[in-house]
Design a protein around this ligand. Structure first.
Ligand code: SF4
Length: 168
């Protein structure tokens, strides 16, 4: 298979084990009104430190969530895919960071939801935009609206990167 000939390491996840994923669509801008405090969470996002950049048919992105959001929210696309694009200065990614981290909840200590539920947690702003874009999941009601008043930043032991874990 071409993909196996191209890459030396593949991390398969067929989602047959219990997975609890961070609520990606709980927008930080809908949860934390203070832009300085919000930016503090974004600047310390565990995913941008520990996970992957991404390439989609629309270009190169500093973060796989930003890449997915650009597709889902019909964004302007990423940077040109070219040798060394992953080493570009941070300033080159400012537009992606400013645009997509505001819509993301990965940087916030929020409880994960079991993937097999087939529902996403999201804030009202993201729900409205996805509805406007014709999201089938929104049309089918496969979502749970997160109330920003329920945000509890103090979550001892929060380890969202350990998404494979037994049922609580
Ligand atoms: S888009 Fe989301 S996951 Fe990616 S760096 Fe920003 S806050 Fe983190």
């Amino acid at each position: 298979m071409l993909i196996e000939d191209t890459f030396s390491y593949l991390n398969h996840n067929q989602h047959k084990n219990p997975c609890f994923h961070q609520p990606v669509l709980v927008a930080s801008r809908d949860v934390i009104a203070d832009p300085v405090r919000r930016q503090g969470w974004i600047d310390n996002c565990w995913l941008q430190e520990q996970w992957a950049s991404a390439i989609t048919p629309k270009g190169f992105f500093f973060c796989e969530v930003a890449a997915a959001f650009d597709t889902v929210f019909n964004g302007p696309g990423g940077l040109p895919v070219e040798p060394g694009c992953w080493r570009r200065p941070l300033a080159d990614f400012a537009d992606q960071i400013n645009r997509w981290c505001q819509r993301s909840g990965v940087c916030l200590p929020l409880p994960g939801r079991r993937d097999s539920e087939g529902r996403d947690d999201l804030t009202a702003g993201n729900a409205a935009e996805l509805g406007r874009l014709g999201s089938p999941a929104i049309a089918a009601g496969r979502y749970v609206v997160f109330d920003p008043n329920d945000f509890r930043p103090d979550q001892p032991g929060w380890q969202p990167q350990r998404y494979l874990r037994p049922e609580p």
